[in-house]
Write a protein that binds this ligand. Sequence first.
Ligand SMILES: Nc1ncnc2c1ncn2[C@@H]1O[C@H](COP(=O)(O)OP(=O)(O)OP(=O)(O)O)[C@@H](O)[C@H]1O
Ligand SMILES: [Mg+2]
Length: 637
Amino acid sequence: MLALNDFSFEFAGRYLYRKATWHIKPNEKIGLVGLNGTGKSTLLRLISGEYELREGSLSKANNMKLGYLNQDLLSVVYDESVRDVVLSGREDLVQIDQEIHRLLEEIEVNYDDKRLNRLSELQEQFGHLGGYDWQSQGDKILEGLGFPTEWLTRPLKELSGGWRMRALLGKLLLMAPDLLLLDEPTNHLDLPTIEWLENYLVEYQGTYVIVSHDKYFLDKTVNRIAEVAHQQLFHYKGNFTQFLEQKEERDALLERQFANQQDYIRQQMRFIQRFRSKASKATAVQSRVKQLEKLDRIELKDNENREFDIKFNIRIKPGKVVTDILEVSKSYGDMSILRNGSAQVLRGDKIALIGANGKGKSTLLRMIAGSEPYDGKIDLGWNVETAFFAQHQLESLNLKSDLLNEIGTVSAEYTEKDLRTVLGCFLFTGEEVFKKVKVLSGGEKSRLALAKTLITQSNFLLLDEPTNHLDMFSAAVLAESLDNYEGSLLFVSHDRTFISRVANKIWWIENGQLREYPGTYDEYNEWIATRPAAPVVVEEKPKAVVESKSAVTSVKTGVSKNQIQRWETQMKELQEKIDQFDLRRTQLEESMVSPEVVSKSDELLILTAEHVKLLSETSKLQKEYDDILEQWMENHE
Ligand SMILES: Nc1ncnc2c1ncn2[C@@H]1O[C@H](COP(=O)(O)OP(=O)(O)OP(=O)(O)O)[C@@H](O)[C@H]1O
Ligand SMILES: [Mg+2]
């Protein structure tokens, strides 16, 4: 239903895609994954027509209805009510509905057959298009997305970014387009809503592409993965876990291929070094040099293996009790969040505050940070310095400044070198530090805002959904640094991997009380459950070759003519084999980068495996050849 062929796309000379290919077939449920900043959002914008393709082609099925949920919704302003926005997902029904109402009003004053006929025609059409369950369907979606009833009539523009996004998601779900494109839909959802969406999508009759970094979510909702990496799209069958397994296998193969090629190159270099001064061997040496030049060098990607040890210091050590929450109450209108809730944060606590949205998790963080009124007492302990991170930090980044200037606003204490190191820890390297905030991807903006929070050297961090927008790699980097962080931590998160990695205590709000489980997330889950109510075989390095070498070199001078001839025949035969192998290898290398193969992961795996084998065989033969050649050179006039 949609085909992108040989397309390339760049921003100011930096290619996100180079001759990539993607064919989306009906009923495919695809997860679009890749590290932050690889170009996933950009790709959805290309498909939805927001960006124009400069190279390659994009073809879509005729009359295909497309629905697109943008990752960045800061600029969305709607005067309509939440419910009307969702219902407008069925523009066709909205129009018929309006016409029916108009006709009914007219008929009251002006009753005639023409109008009556038109009315019954419209009503039939309305029913035919599913008009009679349209509103109840809309309401079901709104309920599933967690909207309190009293919010449905509020203008959308009054709601926070997260809730605006939910309403737009609801609109798309109701629209049920032929191709649904969702860019990180779970970023602003709490666990119960994520689970609701998972189930909704499982039942969904249609094709969709979901960009997400949430492993659990993708595992439930997709049956194919498209991965953006190395300016290409790689396609896999299966869910996210299966993708990770296949990818691991491919990476292992690639590493072996790389090691083999390095071996081969070293061997050739040794030969060249050794004989380059012998005039009689000039041709042999020259041909090796050429071969080396021709070689398509394998590169191991480095950005996926980047590792940084983030250590952020605290300025002063706080007292034992970091925060004392004493009989605190809070409500919004008649919605009560806490009723005389109490709890304590102790030094060294890494607390995850979990549970459904609307229970007031973010509110509690803001109360502790002092930016939200409440009844009761919250005492910060001795020497406690807090730093706060939330989604609105992304909104308050200065879009016009570059990364280095933006992070420099935290404190004048840091030198440019310090700041660059911090940015490096948050995976911005080299020239990237001069990138404008305006062009950053969702994950990049989050990383920058997190970096700003963490260099404040505070000893108590309050983080509201810090892993939203982060890819698995960045989230792992963050988890590790928080693990090693000396201060205390209270964070709200719905990222199950992250919570179980970071938290040593779990908090939740139940019946207006703050509850605590003094253990990790996995232990907590166990407790909740019982609470009443093919690795690649690595070939050994060929030993035989090494042994035969010592046997051959032990031959003394005074070799017979026959021996010399035998060597020559052997070398000829070996050379033929090597040439054959080289030819096959070149063919393989060509097909391995061809779009048809690149887009099929299983085929690529087979070719890569053959390539690994060929490289190691060639290397073996070459060594054999060189050993004989060495003998021949020493004994031949
Ligand atoms: N107008 C622009 N000019 C220059 N670079 C841009 C522009 N828009 C985006 N970029 C860069 O292109 C890269 C890809 O951006 P994109 O938003 O598509 O990434 P993404 O894969 O969606 O990442 P994330 O997972 O963080 O959302 C980023 O490094 C971003 O900074
Ligand atoms: Mg994105």
